[in-house]
Design a protein around this ligand. Structure first.
Ligand SMILES: Nc1ncnc2c1ncn2[C@@H]1O[C@H](COP(=O)(O)OP(=O)(O)OP(=O)(O)O)[C@@H](O)[C@H]1O
Ligand SMILES: [Mg+2]
Length: 434
């Protein structure tokens, strides 16, 4: 639960950048979209050798020398000393508007973590909070340190230096690659994954390692078996990776496959998930959104790239860089700037009207559902999105149940007051009935 909010949350900004992309072949960046200039309605190596343990020997190199780990660090940049004593940076797994994300090994502990380097200067004015004990912090870090849910990546700790905040989170998901690359992998690969029931207790500390070593067994006779080649994560390099000297790989080339739903959809046959798997993923996203909403938190940038997924399709939401906090007991405020992703922007946002974050978030769920099931946006053009005219790829509707089509349309209702609420989405028959 959130503490009472000692916040200095200012207005929630937004903007047009590139035209929406409708096909699932492009990552979409969250860019602020200015809705109106007049109104601001409201409210947010490296070593030369490797030690026998596999980790670089700290005496062979300067562990604070940041560019040794990634070319993204400015020349001469020094890592936070406490961080460098606890973690060894490895490869990059993501980058975006605010910074970049790297895998790190914990010194003296098994298991890797994800470290998001957030460039202080790039955090917009509205995305800071003033905490009475911790001082001024990016909302993303502040929020994550206060919430806990099986479908939200766990916050571990944070560090800072004069250029970056370091957000240390659990590393979740499986590195998704083309199935051909996987087929050669042989032993250790779980070829058939059974869809676990949602009621099963998911581990909140799943890593690619644990996934591959301990594939989940079928939870109920009613569960569906995934298509054999559908979900084909590559084995994580795991402890073996530590035996590689970072210098062998070279900072610029050290980039590993993403663990997110974007990549999972990209690597799936037909670039879409079958309905049972889509339902399994979507239900977990809805649970996270519903949990957040009850506390007045709206993520504001739900999309496949911000959803991590592992080989059992266990989902965790990340990237709270655009999130807003509202008082759940008061009428929800209107915003006139949108910081989400254009391809997921709701009808009222596209019409440049003031909007409430909750209904706009439900719209993004409708778009996500379309990407999951068809690999494409439900709207070929911007005017289709404004009118809420769902136009799916030819022939694909026949492969979908009327129930899921109904849910998608209820999320993509252009009039926000008539759109389904998150409660209604959660209780929709498509999600409640197997
Ligand atoms: N905890 C994590 N485990 C595995 N992969 C992660 C994790 N956090 C981030 N990633 C990867 O890094 C990518 C970028 O992370 P994130 O979305 O947090 O940053 P961003 O998009 O740059 O943020 P912003 O939109 O705030 O600029 C994700 O899409 C995902 O592929
Ligand atoms: Mg992101």
């Amino acid at each position: 639960m959130l503490d009472p909010l000692p916040l200095e949350l200012s207005n929630f900004p937004v903007v047009w950048s590139s035209p929406p992309h409708y096909v699932h072949n492009n990552r979409h960046s969250a860019e602020p979209l200015e809705l109106s200039t007049e109104t601001r309605l409201s409210s947010l190596s490296l070593p030369d050798s490797c030690s026998s343990s596999g980790l670089p020997d700290p005496f062979d190199y300067d562990p604070l020398d940041a560019p040794m780990y990634s070319h993204r660090f400015p020349t001469g940049h020094r890592l936070n000393e406490r961080f460098a004593h606890s973690y060894v940076l490895r490869e990059e797994i993501g980058s975006g508007g605010y910074g970049f994300v790297m895998v790190a090994s914990q010194r003296g502990n098994p298991g890797d973590v994800a470290v998001k380097f957030i460039i202080r200067k790039k955090v917009p004015a509205h995305a800071w909070v003033q905490d009475s004990k911790l001082g001024r912090l990016p909302t993303e870090i502040w929020l994550l340190s206060r919430i806990q849910h099986p479908n939200i990546a766990d916050f571990l700790e944070y560090f800072e230096d004069d250029v970056y905040y370091y957000l240390v989170q659990e590393l979740h998901g499986s590195p998704w690659v083309e199935k051909h690359a996987v087929e050669a992998d042989g032993p250790g690969m779980t070829r058939n994954h059974s869809v676990p029931g949602l009621s099963s207790s998911f581990s909140t500390t799943s890593t690619a390692d644990s996934v591959l070593l301990t594939p989940m067994s079928s939870q109920s006779p009613a569960t569906e078996v995934f298509e054999a080649q559908l979900f084909t994560p590559i084995p994580d390099e795991g402890p073996l990776a530590h035996t590689k000297c970072l210098k062998d790989l070279g900072p610029a080339s050290r980039r590993r496959a993403s663990h997110d739903l974007f990549e999972c959809i990209e690597q799936s046959p037909g670039k879409r998930l079958p309905e049972p798997q889509a339902k399994f993923v979507f239900r977990q996203v809805v649970e996270a959104v519903w949990y957040l909403n009850r506390q007045g938190i709206i993520h504001c940038d739900i999309k496949d790239e911000n959803i991590l997924v592992d080989a059992q399709l266990r989902v965790k939401l990340i990237d709270f860089g655009s999130a807003v906090i509202e008082d759940p007991l008061k009428p929800r405020p209107f915003y006139d700037i949108f910081y989400g992703t254009t391809a997921y922007a709701s009808s009222e946002v596209l019409r440049k009207q003031a909007y409430r974050a909750g209904p706009a978030e439900v719209w993004t769920l409708g778009v996500l559902l379309s990407y999951l099931l068809t690999g494409s946006s439900p709207f070929p053009t911007e005017s289709d999105a404004i009118e809420g005219r769902v136009r799916l790829k030819a022939g694909i509707e026949r492969k979908m149940s009327s129930s899921v089509l109904g849910l998608m349309r209820e999320c993509l209702e252009p009039e926000p007051d008539r759109r389904a609420t998150i409660e209604e989405v959660r209780n929709h028959r498509w999600l409640t009935k197997e």
